[in-house]
Design a protein around this ligand. Structure first.
Ligand code: SOE
Length: 389
């Protein structure tokens, strides 16, 4: 039977537009999804830039108004990969148009926005998912399997540091990720959201947090015009502007199951390019992950004979490991882009089966609820309770 085709409409053509386009193009070449994604249209306001992206990334067409995507009968899935301040209107309109909605992280720029988006998809009864891609790095999925199997026993600690350095230069321009009215927050919502989602995936939900945030560089040169191809680079103009978001955040939290959580996120750690790391300690052992060595999982088994205990490095590309055996033989490692291909595979399966894959918009709303609570605690300098979702 011919594979059913599903049309994709992607909003956004910059860094995430590039990673998502690649994932839609590649997914059916490695997985066998129940539905075949067709790259119908990519959307962006700047016609010159979005036309170039359509040509370069392999889209059948392009649009400069996202509402056109919602009207098109040949589009079934809307992918919201725009800056954070546009997630709310776009995701709600897509849900109301009856489309499956796939939204980049964080879901909203606030808990209130995220709750509105959750209400919209539940009311419209559409499949929904948030692109926290690191859950689908094979080494992370293996850690999840081990914890679920009880291999670590009772979990005592989740400890995560997500360190970058792309704005440590004070002359780096004031890009949209540094503007509260667009991004909602800075490091906290951009990469703090990732380690928070990993903690929810691997350990569980937080009940309360205590925190601090800091903005080290208060003024930066405004960004010169953007082509959308800069990724995390940008050209500076001669005019200065106010930085209105956090440069770094640190918080601690108590999990529902009694485990302790310690989180740090910064873009001011020279030498750490995308140092997304966690360590989990349990009664039977520990696991540790570092995205910059994404094919490996460090494992300590406290039940090993005492004369040979120690952290061992597991190469996570054996055929019986999560998402492994899909791409290449054992030992032939994979990259950042494969976490998006794995994510898009689960999105397509969810769309085909009418079941929202995790993390769904409820998971995304929980994430936004904690992010808002971290900001609240940094201002009150007190422990603050995380809202229930
Ligand atoms: C910038 O911090 C960024 O591109 C994030 O926005 C992504 O979510 C992360 O995966 C890589 O770094």
């Amino acid at each position: 039977m011919a594979q059913k085709e599903v049309g994709i409409g992607l909003i956004g053509y910059a860094f995430m537009g590039k990673t998502h386009s690649n994932a839609y193009r590649q997914v059916a070449r490695f997985f066998n999804p129940e539905v075949k994604p067709i790259l119908r249209a990519i959307c962006g306001r700047n016609e010159q830039n979005v036309k170039r992206a359509a040509d370069q990334f392999g889209w059948e067409s392009y649009e400069t108004d996202y509402r056109r995507l919602l009207e098109r009968k040949d589009i079934d899935i809307i992918d919201v990969s725009s800056p954070g301040n546009e997630h709310l209107p776009m995701a709600i309109a897509a849900a109301q148009a009856g489309k499956t909605v796939f939204c980049e992280k964080p879901l909203g720029n606030s808990f209130d926005e995220a709750k509105q988006m959750l209400d919209a998809v539940e009311k419209a009864k559409v499949v929904n998912m948030v692109c926290f891609n690191y859950r689908r790095v094979p080494a992370v999925a293996l850690a999840k399997r081990m914890i679920e199997n009880g291999d670590l026993g009772r979990i005592y600690h989740f400890r995560a540091r997500y360190l970058q350095d792309w704005i440590a230069d004070p002359n780096f321009p004031l890009v949209w990720r540094l503007q509260k009215e667009i991004a909602g927050s800075g490091t906290l919502g951009d990469i703090g959201a990732h380690i928070l989602d990993l903690s929810a995936y691997l350990v569980g939900k937080l009940t309360e947090v205590c925190s601090m945030t800091e903005t080290f560089v208060k003024q930066r040169p405004l960004q010169a015009t953007s082509t959308g191809t800069e990724g995390l680079n940008a050209q500076a103009s001669s005019e200065m502007g106010e930085v209105t978001v956090d440069d770094a955040a640190a918080f601690i939290g108590r999990f529902e199951n009694g485990a302790m959580g310690v989180f740090e996120a910064t873009r001011f750690a020279p030498g750490r390019r995308n140092f997304n790391t966690f360590e989990i300690n349990g009664e039977k052992g520990s696991v540790a992950f570092n995205f910059e060595r994404m094919n490996e999982l460090e494992y300590f088994n406290a039940q090993d004979p005492t004369d040979r205990q120690g952290f061992r490095t597991i190469n996570v590309n054996e055929n019986d490991q999560p998402y492994s055996g899909i791409y290449w033989p054992a030992g032939h490692i994979i990259g950042y882009e494969h976490s998006f291909i794995n994510t898009v595979y689960d999105l397509l399966q969810g769309h085909a089966q009418g079941k929202s894959p995790h993390p769904d918009f409820r998971d995304g709303a929980y994430n936004n609820g904690v992010l808002d609570t971290v900001v609240k605690a940094s201002e009150s300098r007190k422990w603050e309770a995380v809202p229930q979702v």
